[in-house]
Ligand binder design. Structure first.
Ligand code: SAM
Length: 250
């Protein structure tokens, strides 16, 4: 993971609607003082700092050493540990809350991660999954067909690019109850953030063999030109699913 990506995450996470959406996830987790909450795939550590600010006993778990080092640097005094979402470093039933944002699309086995969340949550504990569906971006372009090809190919190039539309099903299949799913659409009106994302999509589509490098370059050129003229449009539906571990085992 490079620093540019972590900087992108911090910039994305600082947007007012990202802040509001995280707050909404804490509400759904019913976070209160003293609650033991893990933010899994904690990246730059923003959520852990905010959860701790609400009085929770919060810990961030991330598989990347660089992310953990970066989060510790950004948020001194907060807890961050290297760990794997598929084998969490917590005993059974030891947490009140589990949160994972923009993580499940990158996991080999989202169902296993969800089962792992259920294992570590105490009965009545709450889970919140938050992230984008990589096949659902809305991007204005002079070539809508090429844009669809690029978005679809980039989604297919990810390990589980379309997992967010399955969050609700995953939670139900894993035995959570009180399951809800909300969709909050973000509009990336900062051209630098929008260009970072379109460049990522184009790279994925070329890697997947769906478009040539020349096609990707031409598409990116048009997106840059739109950004210079303030005519970009990039919208992302963000899915927020939540559930509870049943109090009586089902
Ligand atoms: C896109 S970032 C999101 C970070 C943060 N949750 C946010 O919303 O800004 C995904 C993070 O998940 C971490 N990650 C990827 N695979 C993981 C795994 N198997 N277990 C734990 N963390 C993982 C990555 O290192 C990265 O920091």
């Amino acid at each position: 993971m490079d620093k540019t990506f972590l900087d992108f995450l911090i910039a994305f996470d600082s947007r007012p609607d990202s802040v509001r959406l995280r707050r909404r996830s804490y509400e759904l987790l019913q976070v209160g003082p003293g609650n033991r909450v893990a933010d899994v795939g904690s990246g730059g550590g923003t959520a852990v700092a905010e959860l701790a600010g609400l009085g929770a006993d919060a810990v961030g778990i991330d598989a990347a050493d660089e992310a953990v080092a970066f989060a510790r640097e950004q948020h001194p005094g907060r807890r961050f540990e290297v760990g794997d979402a598929l084998r969490l470093p917590f005993p059974d039933e030891s947490l009140d809350g589990y949160r994972a944002e923009k993580l499940y699309h990158a996991l080999d086995d989202p169902a296993k991660a969800c089962a792992e969340a259920r294992r570590v949550l105490a009965p009545g504990g709450r889970i919140a999954l938050l992230g984008q569906d990589w096949d659902a971006y809305v991007i204005d372009s002079d070539d809508p067909a090429l844009t669809r090809t690029i978005v679809g190919a980039a989604a297919a190039d990810m390990v589980h690019g379309r997992v967010a539309r399955r969050y609700r099903g995953l939670l139900l299949d894993t035995g959570f109850d009180e399951v809800t799913c909300e969709v909050h659409t973000a509009v990336l009106d900062d051209p630098a953030l929008a260009l970072f994302m379109v460049a990522r999509l184009a790279t994925g589509a070329v890697r997947a063999g769906a478009v040539s490098q020349e096609q990707a370059d031409a598409w990116l050129g048009e997106q840059r030109n739109r950004a210079e003229r303030d005519r970009s449009f990039f919208a992302v539906p963000l899915f927020l699913a939540a559930g509870r571990k049943p109090v009586t085992p089902s």
